[in-house]
Design a protein around this ligand. Structure first.
Ligand SMILES: Cc1cc2nc3c(=O)[nH]c(=O)nc-3n(C[C@H](O)[C@H](O)[C@H](O)COP(=O)(O)OP(=O)(O)OC[C@H]3O[C@@H](n4cnc5c(N)ncnc54)[C@H](O)[C@@H]3O)c2cc1C
Length: 305
């Protein structure tokens, strides 16, 4: 059940709801996170995804968390996989392990150079862009080494507000199209706070002939510190005045900041669902409260099992 291919997931539940986690580094934190995942698992998400430290920084941690979810929960785990700094042989080894464990889908990414290596030289890398990783996974799928004859379902990243490294937005769409043509099955977007950016992006994809489902990335602001941290990670993200004004009114009251953030994301999700979004992906930052409250605001129920 939890090795479902993304095509089956998107077919059986629309819109899909998914959660993203990053693998913690200590055993205690891993156990705490597992409790959070189990709690959110009661909401019957369509899938949960686990991030990957670019260059392989969390290679084993990501793998272990993915396998733990796979073996103990009903929800399909989707490992993220970045190709920067990896050789083809290493990627092949990672794919074989996931295939043997019956993991059904992978989010294929390029990743960024390590922050402590700003002069990282990518010229000798086996993979320059995520599109090459998609091609590689597609070839793996065709080799018949996955228990599902379709192989891995493949997701790729999308950037409604544009990726900072490609200021030419026309070119950027061509690069996205390359990734899709290489064999991507769906796009999951970077977080955004203004739905117009998403709607416009969806339309631009359509105009570029990109017709695969686009899952919207939502990150509820739960603290000003968290917001500032994420603004650093997702460079270029636009924080609308409407959101900033609401947060400013309650600055100094941490609980109120969280309530405002949850309310804002709930409104965003309602509008996206009304507009026929293929799925909503929550950047949980490894916490359950905000996502649970948004779920409740959306009228989505907990599984009785
Ligand atoms: C949903 C989501 C999940 C993520 N998860 C992780 C994670 O787990 N771990 C992690 O380290 N990072 C993660 N990231 C961040 C991501 O790795 C970075 O944003 C990275 O800079 C871009 O990755 P990509 O897969 O979009 O790369 P690509 O699609 O390769 O694009 C990277 C840049 O290169 C440009 N480009 C693409 N093709 C070409 C070409 N042929 N010629 C010239 N330029 C080109 C693109 O326009 C873009 O500017 C995630 C991002 C998203 C949206």
């Amino acid at each position: 059940m939890n090795q479902m291919h993304i095509h089956d997931i998107l077919k059986s539940s629309e819109p899909t709801f998914s959660f993203e986690f990053f693998p913690p580094r200590s055993e205690q934190a891993a156990n705490d996170l597992y409790d959070v995942i189990s709690e959110l698992g009661r909401f019957n998400p369509s899938l949960v995804s686990v991030t990957y430290g670019a260059g392989g920084a969390t290679r084993e941690l990501t793998h272990d968390l993915v396998i733990r979810i796979k073996e103990t929960m009903h929800v399909p785990p989707v490992p993220h996989l970045t190709c920067i700094g990896h050789t083809e042989a290493e990627i092949d080894e990672i794919l074989v392990r996931y295939a043997e464990a019956g993991v059904g889908n992978i989010l294929a990414l390029r990743g960024d150079p390590p922050r402590d290596q700003p002069d990282y030289d990518r010229s000798n890398d086996d993979f320059k862009y995520a599109s090459e990783l998609v091609t590689f996974i597609k070839k793996f799928n065709e080799s018949g080494r996955h228990p599902d004859p379709r192989g891995f379902g493949i997701g790729v990243a999308g950037f409604p507000e544009g990726h900072p490294a490609t200021p030419n937005r026309v070119k950027e769409m061509e690069f996205l199209r390359e990734k899709v043509d290489a064999g991507a099955d769906y796009i999951c977007t970077q977080m955004f706070f203004d739905n117009h950016d998403f709607f416009d992006y969806r339309e631009r994809c359509e105009l570029a002939g990109i017709t695969i489902p686009i899952i919207a990335g939502i990150m509820p602001v739960t603290s000003l510190k968290g917001m500032n941290f994420m603004a650093g990670l997702a460079e270029g993200a636009h924080y609308p005045a409407k959101l900033m004004r609401a947060l400013q009114r309650v600055a100094g009251d941490e609980a109120a900041v969280e309530r405002v953030g949850i309310h804002y994301s709930s409104q965003q999700c309602l509008e996206l669902i009304d507009a026929g979004v293929a799925g909503i992906h929550f950047y949980t930052l490894n916490k359950s409260k905000a996502t649970m409250e948004i779920y409740s605001n959306l009228g989505l129920s907990i599984s009785q099992s």
